[in-house]
Design a protein around this ligand. Sequence first.
Ligand code: FE2
Ligand code: FE2
Length: 282
Amino acid sequence: MLIGQITDIHIGFEPDARPEELNRIRFRATLARIVEGPNRPDMLVATGDMTDRGDCESFERTAELLGACPFPVYPMVGNHDTREALLRAFPDTPSADGFVQYEVERGGLRILLLDTLEPGRHGGAFCETRAAWLADRLRERPDQPTLIFMHHPPVVAGIDWMDPVASEGWIARFGEAVAGQDQIVGIHCGHLHRPIFTMFRGHPLGVTPSVAPLVAMDLRPIDPDTPDGRDLITTEPPTYALHRWDGSTLVTHYERVSDWRVLASYTPQLQGMIREMFAERE
Ligand SMILES: [Fe+2]
Ligand SMILES: [Fe+2]
């Protein structure tokens, strides 16, 4: 089973761009690759910051493009979104306790989609109510392989201007809910607009890069009182993730969507190499 993940589309960043804003061009290219490429997923998760301002018009434009996908699409909120506009544009999306948090089951895998939005705040949030919902879900089926998606990574990644501090209460509450829950096969996030891998409370944690322009790769501390001219946002190509679940292991692939070229194809000249590689299998 293949689970596609796109994140941080930020539709509506340039609301008046004509004929089309850059983020929508990048979004179209990413969707085209996911739908028409050789690895069409069984489902697609959009892990938040679907729009830039959370307005209904941007959500409608996003939903219009996602509506053409030949597989189910599961939307989530990020800090740039609003729950009300998301639920209006995607009316079939479940919610619980007033949050856009829900579960999906497919291919023997349980997928939990979390809500880390606190309106007016850039960073993440995970209140007692959401922590209790997650803890209840994990407790009710401790033996079922479970994949978690959330917009904000609960980690300090080293991108100083985007990072939380490790002592934030929402990180502790999320950490408590997932600690010791061995059924979790991975936690996948967005928000940082960069590819990142780490561990969190013993679980693998990945950050999928954005569809919108990426955050510059700069791990130096930043001083909010001294603009030092460093790069913040770049035109690195849009990227999406494909999480491959074979019934026991989750493997994550990332593909950049840009104008790269194919340098080798599976022709009779390369068949010998592929046969040799197969022959090595035990
Ligand atoms: Fe974002
Ligand atoms: Fe975000």
